[in-house]
Design a protein. Structure first.
Length: 141
């Protein structure tokens, strides 16, 4: 231990100040770049590992859909009814309505008449969408 201390002290000059290198203060861009590089490395590593472990691809007949031991009788590429999409979009619209109107309901007294007008106009627009769905008979089974 003394040899190490003597070695360090021989380079220390009392007349010169000890120069410390400043720490690098990384910006958010540096972190983003490092994150992107690490993510690409991990993705390439996982894809390469998958290629090594998976081996040869299966023959085409082994990739056919399996239906209880029988050969498939119909195509799996059937189109869905448009009513499914209308009901799904209606669900999303009215779920979004709840998420948007909740903060309005919490701050009802602070928003005043301007908040009331905006909330009512928002609900009228959604009500027009509901009338459109009823006119298209999207909600009938």
């Amino acid at each position: 231990m003394c040899a190490l201390r003597d070695y360090v002290l021989q380079f220390k000059d009392e007349n010169k100040p000890i120069v410390n290198l400043p720490m690098i203060n990384p910006t958010p861009e540096v972190f983003l770049l490092v994150f992107a590089i690490v993510a690409m490395i991990i993705a390439i590593l996982l894809l390469s590992l998958n290629r090594l472990i998976a081996g040869k691809p299966l023959p085409r007949k082994d990739e056919a859909p399996f239906e209880c031991g029988l050969n498939p009788t119909t195509s799996a590429k059937k189109s869905l009814s448009i009513n499914y999409f209308l009901i799904a979009s209606a669900f999303l619209i009215f779920e979004l309505e709840t998420a948007i109107l909740w903060p309005w309901a919490v701050n009802y007294w602070e928003l005043g008449i301007a908040g009331m007008i905006s909330a009512v106009s928002f609900m009228i627009i959604l009500l027009l969408g509901l009338f459109y769905l009823l006119a298209k008979r999207a909600l009938t089974i």
